[in-house]
Design a protein around this ligand. Structure first.
Ligand SMILES: NC(=O)c1ccc[n+]([C@@H]2O[C@H](COP(=O)([O-])OP(=O)(O)OC[C@H]3O[C@@H](n4cnc5c(N)ncnc54)[C@H](OP(=O)(O)O)[C@@H]3O)[C@@H](O)[C@H]2O)c1
Length: 255
């Protein structure tokens, strides 16, 4: 494809991998960030904020495809996507690719409710759209565990399973949509293995060379039930190959 691709969240865990892949493929990439960034990486960096709307119209000028990898991890995402869609329509964008999360319609927690609302905005945008839902990235679990290991006891989500995926594989799937016609909901991308949070936590502690007392946490309400019921899993879409142990090895080295 010849047109410019605007990647929002281009500095984030997923966005930077998407940017890397697109640049390697010779695509003209414009990366959005709230902060000024230097060049030299093949990316045209622009400053903008999806929540306030500042800089988004300018970022959209001449753009053919938008890949939305931005998130505030809060309800503010919905306002951000509305702004993104409005400015994309004005700019005549051909295709909006939105990244979402497997199971957000099965697990009623606030952030997932916001993601569902974002999907609706995208679906009703009048733009050509694709939504790609992925399971949790290895990096997210590492972040949970990095926080847990600093506490006197190590919290583990009781009865919850995850199917973590290598973010680079999600980025491949996202980048693959960019040059294509909009597909609506793309096939979900799930990690290779469904694992209990406890088992993943033990693997983390082993790799980190730490010993901790595990403290099971039972999340109350419908959100907790959804999590324990396997709502975040996509066992039929275990297409990822990279395992959590490989992510641990990259982080901590081989033991
Ligand atoms: N993490 C997971 O396990 C996971 C799993 C499945 C799907 N997803 C989805 O994948 C997408 C990317 O997630 P991620 O984990 O890569 O996110 P992340 O690492 O937290 O990065 C968030 C990005 O959003 C940008 N951002 C935040 N607030 C913004 C604002 N007001 N205006 C413009 N940009 C803003 C940040 O850019 P600056 O700070 O440079 O402005 C940053 O690049 C999200 O839609 C998420 O829901 C995540």
């Amino acid at each position: 494809m010849n047109g410019t691709v605007l990647v929002t969240g281009a500095t984030g865990t997923l966005g930077r991998e998407v940017v890397r892949l697109l640049v390697a493929r010779g695509v003209a990439v414009r990366g959005l960030s709230r902060r000024v960034r230097g060049g030299g990486d093949g990316v045209e960096w622009v400053v903008g904020d999806l929540v306030t709307g500042a800089g988004i119209a300018e970022a959209m000028a001449g753009v053919e495809v938008v890949v939305d990898c931005a998130t505030t991890q809060k309800k503010a995402d919905v306002a951000g996507v509305r702004t993104l869609v409005a400015r994309a329509r004005e700019a005549g964008v051909r295709h909006l690719v939105y990244v979402s999360i497997v199971g957000i319609d099965r697990v009623p927690i606030a952030y997932y409710g916001a993601k569902l609302a974002c999907e609706s905005v995208v679906r009703e945008s009048g733009l050509g759209w694709s939504v790609l839902r992925a399971t949790q990235f290895h990096d997210l679990l590492l972040r949970f565990f990095d926080a847990g290991v600093r506490l006197p006891v190590f919290p583990v989500l009781g009865g919850v399973r995850f199917q973590p995926v290598d973010v680079r594989e999600v980025a491949e799937a996202v980048a693959g949509l960019v040059g294509e016609e909009p597909v609506g909901f793309a096939p979900e991308v799930g990690g290779p293995q469904v694992r209990s949070y406890r088992e993943l936590a033990r693997a983390y502690l082993r790799a980190a060379g730490k010993r901790r007392v595990l403290l099971p946490l039972w999340i109350p309400g419908a959100g907790g039930r959804g999590l324990r019921g396997g709502g975040l899993l996509a066992p039929g879409r275990a297409v990822g190959r990279g395992t959590f142990e490989e992510a641990l090895e990259r982080r901590f080295g081989q033991r």
